[in-house]
Design a protein around this ligand. Structure first.
Ligand code: ATP
Ligand code: MG
Length: 254
């Protein structure tokens, strides 16, 4: 579980995050949603330590991240897996070598065991047959799956995904979403996903935090979305006519 308490972040006097309070449970896919520029990436970067907030607390299963010394932070970082907007694979390394990279960096296991672990992770994302290919030789969706395999190589307790579906078609996005969701429940990880993909919201929105211009505007689950009365949330979620119609049918069915 990750808790964020009264978090504030600004850049050159401009407030970007204001009084963010949130709890992200383990075993759940916790979504952060909001318009472009609302502060999702800045919030995630504060949580993982790539940015330092002005005020607030970030607790990793009770451990106060911002009060940690360098060594403690380094230990905690090894418990984190990250998937960024672009898959960010190393082009000159094979798929297998990409997944082995964090193991080579941080694990004391033997070479044999590191290969075994990397192959296990590639198998988990259904990509074992692509292990000797280079990122340039596989599709964008496959690259994302390699990024997921690499992110889980060290068995992280915490998984962070910033727009994991960007650049993917809806069907491939679904595969990625389901994969992240399954891995999250399987290993009881605390997973946080930034997205503005409404299919993800409806599909894997175990917990949803809606940010509007840097503050928490609403929180709930995918089931709560249909009955939510927050106008800003509804305008954001039901921006497409199709979803608005689904909501109407749901409401009239009740
Ligand atoms: N390093 C920075 N310096 C100054 N301003 C920044 C910096 N990083 C982000 N911002 C500003 O903070 C605000 C929030 O940006 P952020 O990237 O978190 O938005 P986002 O919700 O992730 O948007 P998107 O959906 O487009 O990814 C924006 O106004 C952005 O310009
Ligand atoms: Mg972003």
């Amino acid at each position: 579980m990750i808790q964020v308490k009264s978090l504030y972040k600004s850049f050159e006097g401009k407030d970007v995050l204001m009084d963010i309070n949130a709890t992200f449970d383990n075993g759940k896919t916790n979504l952060i949603i909001g318009q472009s520029g609302s502060g999702k990436t800045v919030l995630m970067k504060c949580i993982v330590g790539l940015l330092t907030p002005e005020k607030g607390e970030i607790l990793y299963d009770g451990r106060n991240f911002l009060n940690m010394n360098k060594r403690e932070k380094k230990t905690l970082r090894r418990e984190m897996g990250m998937i960024f907007q672009s898959a960010a694979l190393f082009d000159s390394l094979t798929v297998l070598e990409n997944v082995m990279f964090p193991l080579d960096m941080f694990s004391n296991a033997t070479y044999r065991d590191r290969v075994k672990r990397a192959r296990f992770c590639l198998d988990r994302v259904n990509l074992i047959e692509a292990q000797n290919k280079y990122p340039g030789e596989i599709s964008g969706g496959m690259q994302k799956r390699v990024a997921i395999a690499r992110a889980i190589a060290l068995n992280p307790q915490y998984l962070f995904c910033d727009e994991p579906n960007s650049g993917l078609d809806p069907k491939t996005s679904l595969v990625i979403d389901e994969l992240i969701h399954d891995i999250t429940t399987e290993y009881s990880m605390t997973t946080i996903i930034n997205t503005h993909d409404m299919n993800s919201v409806m599909g894997i929105g175990d917990s949803i935090l809606y940010i509007y211009q840097g503050h928490k505007e609403w929180e709930g689950t995918k089931n709560d979305v249909f009955t939510a009365t927050n106008d800003r949330l509804n305008n954001f979620i039901f921006a497409s006519d199709l979803l608005r119609k689904v909501k109407e049918v749901e409401e009239h069915g009740r």
